[in-house]
Design a protein around this ligand. Structure first.
Ligand code: ADP
Ligand code: MG
Length: 308
């Protein structure tokens, strides 16, 4: 196999090149990666490739040096790579390792859609979840769900209804489940239910209820956080919550809940009475049937972990 630098020397002696250019190109041709590429692909390359692709090889070596020094490059976040194109050598730009990691991170974030949730849920991890005895059951159930769901995401999986007082870590656990699912390639949507109710009321004026509701209804995994925290109007209960639950039950889509209320309390103290004060036990019962179909209740006890 012909040595690149020898070929180059020949090439340069045939031409009247300036000393400056010669020096520059000698460095380019001596570059170990240029040499390796040339040798590896020689059979696919034109005989006069070193001459005809000189500008590309020069671009490759200089741009790569800039990336290595962290300088401003032709395409930020990308690095040059030699490729064969039409029997000549060309330069393609591919994302750097750092860019690839950043893109993966972004993709991961996009798998967790959150509506009116606190920002710090992004960092919630199952590994960091404090599993004293009172929280162990919830944590185990979370792991069980993740395992069975990921093994067959299109089958029916009963999710969890996390009941427990303020600050025990219900929201944290839901977020940690969502982040773990994202990590494994599955999308979920977390909604703070009281805020959603307000948002929906505001959306009526702009005719925006339909689209928002549609997206939530169809989320592959839905987590309804803090259900029961605010008094619900009959409209929110029947036309928002009711519609979401009906769809998810029909389609057997995993749906989590968190609440300061137990299921029994939610039915009797919350869903039964509309914000106008009407007592509607049958409506409450129907909603609870759906919630029970979708999720099983787990009580979380423990100290309030919120910073006081
Ligand atoms: P809840 O939703 O039950 O009211 P949160 O999930 O909001 O409670 O938790 C209350 C606070 O405690 C939050 O600031 C949360 O980040 C933190 N927290 C909850 N559980 C844990 C945990 N296991 N490890 C570390 N921090 C936690
Ligand atoms: Mg909460």
């Amino acid at each position: 196999m012909e040595d690149v630098s020898k070929a180059m020397q020949q090439l340069m002696s045939q031409r009247h090149l300036t000393a400056n250019y010669r020096q520059l190109m000698e460095k380019v041709y001596a570059d170990p990666q240029v040499q390796a590429f040339y040798h590896e692909h020689q059979s696919e390359l034109a005989a006069d490739v070193l001459d005809r692709s000189a500008a590309k090889l020069y671009e490759y070596v200089t741009e790569r040096a800039k990336v290595a020094q962290g300088g401003e490059t032709f395409a930020a976040g990308y690095e040059p790579q030699l490729i064969v194109s039409n029997h000549l050598i060309d330069v393609a730009y591919v994302p750097t390792q750092a860019t690839q990691e950043k893109q993966a991170q972004q993709q991961l974030r996009q798998r967790v859609r959150s509506i009116a949730m606190p920002k710090d849920i992004r960092n919630a991890q199952l590994d960091d979840f404090d599993h004293d005895e009172s929280r162990m059951e919830a944590l185990m159930a979370a792991y069980d769900f993740i395992e069975t769901y990921e093994a067959s995401p299109h089958r029916r999986h009963q999710a969890l209804y996390l009941a427990g007082s303020f600050g025990v870590g219900k929201t944290y656990l839901l977020a940690a489940i969502a982040n773990q699912l994202a990590n494994d390639g599955f999308s979920s949507t977390l909604v703070h239910f009281p805020s959603l109710a307000v948002e929906m009321k505001n959306a009526i004026a702009q005719n925006g209820v339909g689209d928002k509701l549609e997206a939530i209804k169809k989320a592959p995994v839905l987590m309804i956080d803090d259900i029961g925290a605010d008094a619900m109007s009959a409209w929110v209960r029947d036309d928002i919550l009711g519609v979401i639950l009906e769809y998810r039950m029909q389609e057997e889509l995993p749906t989590f809940f968190s609440s300061n209320f137990s299921m029994v309390q939610l039915e009797n103290e919350h869903l039964r009475v509309s914000s106008r004060g009407d007592d509607e036990p049958l409506k409450a019962q129907r909603l609870m049937q759906r919630i029970r179909f979708l999720a099983r209740e787990i009580t979380m006890i423990g100290v309030n972990r919120r910073p006081q």
